[in-house]
Design a protein around this ligand. Structure first.
Ligand code: NAI
Length: 336
């Protein structure tokens, strides 16, 4: 039991967000870490009151506490407000999105030896959604890429590789077509790579990368990607180890860090208490590690893995029949 107490911002989100973050709160408490959760709301529900999906009170809470746990937030397709997720990442300069993708022993999937990390640039590129209508029937999307953002995400990837004892970084790109934007991304990655001679560096075109990942993911260690490729490849990688229900993530900047799963708000199962809470619980474990609570983080990961190993406590996304609550209870049971 840790004696320290922390204040952490909690953004429950919408869809399955409130259900899975509540499960994470229960598991963190059961692991013996005292957290005073500062609950703030973001997303479509708050627009009527605040005129924006991300009110200043949310940003200020994360800035003050420097650590946040977040559930997914729905973004309307083809219309409506700008993504609350993109807004949060840009406003807080959470420039690195980190998604560890690891095979879970005892959870049957196509591969048994996946152990890679997706490092995604989180603030610019096509994903920034800088779009406008040029004329009737013609629209334009701006892919703005800066040397500053490319260098810092490349440095982040190599530093992560060094810290985790990983021996290779692979930059993913489409510089055969986007010669300037993806060309700059590669130029910066190569420049940073020269400062890490003990870490191997290679490059792969993004379409080939998708094929190589589904054929033999064991050849990858750290994937360095821009914002849009990173978004897509993250879901692909999640599929290699059991799906979106089991892969955690974090958004990291120099001043604060926001932890969230790779998955979205899953409207198809929202409110039914059928969602797999593991991805958000594992994100909470990453958060505890960030806070220096390595013991509790390790215990939670072990408890989640033990739960996923037992077919009786798996949720429907993993072929089981357990509800969210049954799985959460099982995780807590493995902590005791
Ligand atoms: P999604 O990740 O919400 O769902 C894709 C599929 O995976 C669905 O069949 C869903 O039921 C399943 N799934 C996802 N998480 C699951 C879990 N924990 N347990 C069991 N099954 C799970 O992706 P989709 O449908 O493309 O997006 C839905 C909404 O979520 C959109 O509005 C999107 O913008 C938003 N979104 C938000 C994110 C965030 O807040 N970080 C990230 C990704 C999407």
């Amino acid at each position: 039991m840790s004696t320290h107490s922390y204040t952490v911002t909690l953004i429950p989100g919408d869809g399955i967000g409130p259900e899975v973050t509540e499960a994470a709160e229960r598991v963190v408490a059961a692991a013996g870490v005292k957290i005073d959760w500062e609950r703030v709301e973001a997303g479509a529900e708050v627009i009527a009151k605040h005129g924006t999906p991300v009110p200043d009170s949310v940003l200020n809470s994360v800035r003050r506490n420097r650590v946040a746990l977040k559930g997914p937030i729905t973004t309307p397709v083809g219309q409506g407000f700008q993504s609350a997720n993109v807004t949060l990442r840009k406003a807080l300069d959470l420039y690195a999105c980190v998604r560890p993708v690891k095979s879970i022993p005892g959870l049957p999937t196509r591969f048994e030896d996946v152990n890679l990390v997706v490092v995604r640039e989180n603030t610019e590129g096509l994903y920034a959604g800088l779009e406008h209508r040029v004329a009737p029937g013609i629209v334009e999307s701006l892919k703005v890429v800066t040397e500053h953002a490319c260098l810092r995400i490349a440095r982040f990837a190599f530093e992560l590789a060094e810290r985790q004892g990983r021996d290779k970084v692979t930059a993913i790109h489409k510089a055969n077509i986007m010669k300037l934007t993806d060309g700059l991304f590669l130029e910066c990655a190569r420049k940073v790579a020269r400062g890490y001679p003990e870490i191997a560096y290679d490059e792969l075109i993004v379409d080939n990368c998708a094929m190589q990942l589904v054929k033999d993911p064991s050849r990858f260690e750290v994937l360095l990607l821009d914002n849009l490729y990173g978004d897509i490849v993250s879901d692909l990688c999640a599929g290699l180890v059991g799906g979106l229900g089991v892969v955690p993530g974090s958004n990291v900047g120099d001043d604060c860090a926001l932890f969230e799963a790779v998955h979205g708000s899953a409207p198809d199962i929202a409110g039914k208490r059928l969602a797999n809470p593991s991805a958000v619980i594992l994100s909470a474990a990453e958060m505890l590690r960030h806070l220096g609570e390595d013991g509790a983080a390790h215990a939670i990961v072990r408890a989640v893995h033990a739960t996923l190993t037992d077919p009786m406590t798996r949720t429907a996304d993993l072929g089981g029949t357990a509800t969210l609550d049954r799985m959460t209870d099982a995780i807590i049971g493995h902590l005791e």
